[in-house]
Ligand binder design. Sequence first.
Ligand code: AMP
Length: 179
Amino acid sequence: MSAEKRMDLERLKTLIRDVPDFPKKGIMFKDITPLLKDGSALRFACDQLAAGFKGKQIDQVVGIESRGFIFSPVLAYRMSAGFVPVRKKGKLPSAKETVSYSLEYGEDTLEVHRDAITKGTHVLIVDDLLATGGTAEAVVRLVEKLGGTVVGLAFLVELKFLKGRERLKNYQIHSLIQY
Ligand code: AMP
């Protein structure tokens, strides 16, 4: 049996490393780099993320900076879709649409080029991890502001106890590893 066949979701989960108190005290950071450096795990994860939207029309995959950029272009390639980066404030050079959202302390701002998504475009949103859902919800707002249709959202990891899914209940959510 090939290494790829032997890979499954249980083994994928063993490749996520818990790092306590990063980036600040009280946060259990889910470090995905052990999974990323394993060829068969990385391939399996990308294939499984794409499988959640098999048969759906996806024109563009929107990736959320920074770790969303690891998976989104791979999914775009697999789906023959375009890739659109949603970036942190001040990084995009051309005319942009902006959304601000609340964090635990304070606010953050995300941006997308105004001409990146056009009316009626079918969009898949991708990030590494769904926690409270605040980031993903802000990106949904950004995509819809530009007239895009959100087909669904894909995450490698979901922290279910933070109930991010409840904020996104009108959308298809696909996550591979849950805590
Ligand atoms: P949220 O807006 O609360 O859903 O947070 C999601 C964003 O924060 C994602 O872009 C994640 O990469 C990052 N994030 C939140 N919590 C964690 C965590 N425990 N470990 C790793 N990344 C996290």
